[in-house]
Design a protein around this ligand. Structure first.
Ligand SMILES: [Zn+2]
Length: 407
């Protein structure tokens, strides 16, 4: 039984309030995000046995910026259709589909080279066990904040429909144009069908164009997504560091606390860290316990998949986490990540063959009225302290379970 869970929760909440007030817009590459990274390193230094700051180059504008490229390509393809230039339209429409699949479905750095380079910073600290290290648990979150999603600020109930309509436009114009091309190749007269297709996609033009304003140039305060999760990860690691000082620490399990940058820029921070330090996680069994979006404890769930559901996460970790939560009498779910919902940093670990899952407290489908997620409402008031408390508890118990198995 953990005696000071209340105190740890209140520490996490007040830390989050302090940091998100001091740096209330932490877009990757901004002065605020870098200053916040420096501060986190100082905080990690107070309880970790070793810490490091990992600098990397990133082009954060690309992650959402691809939308604007695709809007331009869409209108060029549309004009080509009206001009009966079906092959040229097919070329631009195909480019739209390729860019959307690479850049958003799989988070590839496909058009990143078109955007300015910025500096990112990952902050990592180790709490070492007293004996031989036979396994490690990475408790992770991210400290950068998201661009404000204008479509979630107002009329959030229409968000899913707008995204679906946009996806229909981005892929539909390509599929339809290819039918026109095939028709032409088979020597059918395609003049009227081409005008019909052009007409249909002209009807979608307003909706497609509106995505130019999908996101604002400003960042959110990012309290629930995701500073409080960095605070939770710190509390878990701090717990084991305190136990170690009391000579009651872990014997074989290294706890790594990590706060990634550039998660909101397409998981680029965790990816950069794995690129340069990934081997550290492959020599001994390693488990990535990632945290996201602490808004509602009734939605507390382990993710079974990630990255638009294309990447499966560790079913073993999910089962273990669920069993721990149930023992603690916490209501918990296991949910696949919805298609078109994006991804979390656990996906980068899973892609490298490292056991990983994400614990989150948010409904990814029903966003409700005036959600905090990716809006200026994402302040400390939107964070659910009960979700924070339960996540700290489950995190600690997960590490203890792994430690028991190692002996
Ligand atoms: Zn996040």
């Amino acid at each position: 039984m953990i005696s000071n869970l209340k105190e740890m929760t209140s520490n996490a909440m007040s830390f989050t309030e302090e940091v998100t007030t001091r740096w209330d817009d932490r877009l990757t590459g901004s002065k605020a995000c870098l200053a916040c990274g420096d501060y986190l390193l100082e905080c990690f230094d107070k309880f970790c046995d070793s810490t490091r700051m990992h600098d990397f180059d990133v082009r954060p504008g690309a992650f959402l910026g691809y939308l604007r490229i695709n809007i331009v390509l869409y209108f060029i393809a549309l004009i080509c259709l009206w001009l009966q230039l079906v092959y040229v339209a097919g070329l631009f429409a195909t480019m739209i589909a390729i860019i959307a699949v690479c850049q958003f479905f799989y988070y590839k750095e496909f058009v990143d080279f078109l955007f300015p380079k910025k500096k990112g910073q990952n902050i990592v600290g180790n709490v070492e066990p007293s004996g031989e290290v036979t396994q490690q648990v990475i408790i992770s979150a991210h400290h950068d904040s998201a661009h404000v999603f204008n479509f979630l600020v107002k009329d959030s109930d229409k968000f899913a429909a707008k995204v679906l309509l946009n996806a229909t436009g981005q892929f539909g114009i390509g599929i339809s144009t290819w039918f026109l091309i095939i028709g032409q190749l088979l020597n059918f007269s395609m003049t009227i069908p081409t005008y019909i297709v052009a007409g249909i996609f002209t009807l979608l033009a307003y909706s497609m164009g509106s995505f130019w304003f999908f996101y604002s140039k400003n960042g959110t305060p990012g309290a629930g997504d995701n500073m409080v999760c960095t605070a939770i990860a710190m509390e878990v690691a701090k717990y084991f560091s305190t136990q170690k000082r009391k000579e009651n620490g872990l014997k074989h399990t290294r706890v790594i606390v990590a706060s990634w940058d550039a998660e909101e820029a397409g998981l680029r921070g965790a990816r950069a860290y794995l690129k340069s330090h990934g081997e550290d996680f492959k020599t001994i069994p390693t488990y990535n316990f990632n945290l996201e979006c602490m808004y509602d404890h009734t939605q507390l769930a382990f993710l079974t998949s990630n990255l638009n559901s294309f990447v499966p996460l560790s079913s073993e970790m999910v089962e273990e986490g669920m069993a721990i939560a149930k023992q603690l009498d916490y209501e918990i779910h296991a949910v696949p990540f919805p298609f078109l919902a994006g991804g979390t940093d656990a996906a980068e670990f899973a892609k490298q063959g490292i056991e990983a899952t994400t614990l989150a407290a948010m409904n990814w489908v029903e966003r409700g009225n005036e959600p905090a997620y990716h809006t200026p409402r994402d302040t400390i008031e939107s964070v659910d302290a009960e979700a924070v408390s339960r996540s700290i508890h489950i995190g600690i118990e997960y590490v203890l379970k792994k430690e028991r198995e190692s002996i």
